[in-house]
Design a binder for this molecule. Structure first.
Ligand SMILES: [Zn+2]
Length: 118
């Protein structure tokens, strides 16, 4: 779990940061209203999903990383425990919380792995 500061997340979430929670795809199951989920493949790395009834954003699938980002804000009972910031080079809302600030994404995900100061 963490925060993404990239332009794409900011525009999609209409917020200065996106609070994410990443899961193996098999661990995510829509239990109600699955027939009302719209999708848009923005890039090879991300497929956005939203509710076609209310317009609410639900999640982003990251097939190349075999991860699904369920936005922390849409799981009210989820104890949000952020571990890092990603794409911090794009931040418009610096956050001094002591967590690691990845310039882009961790090296394990194909990023530089470079950390930025707060
Ligand atoms: Zn992002």
């Amino acid at each position: 779990m963490g925060y993404c500061h990239c332009d794409s997340c900011r525009a999609w979430s209409a917020c200065p940061v996106n609070a994410f929670s990443l899961w193996p795809p098999d661990a995510v199951r829509i239990t109600k209203g699955a027939g009302s989920v719209g999708g848009f493949q923005k890039t090879e790395k991300s497929v956005r999903k939203w509710c076609t009834v209310c317009g609410g954003h639900l999640l982003t699938e990251h097939p190349l990383w075999r991860l699904t980002d369920v936005y922390a804000a849409v799981v009210p009972d989820l104890p949000f425990k952020p571990a890092l910031h990603v794409n911090y080079e794009s931040t418009v809302l610096p956050m001094r919380d002591g967590l690691p600030k990845q310039k882009d994404v961790p090296a394990e995900m194909g990023g530089s792995g470079v950390l930025l100061p707060e």
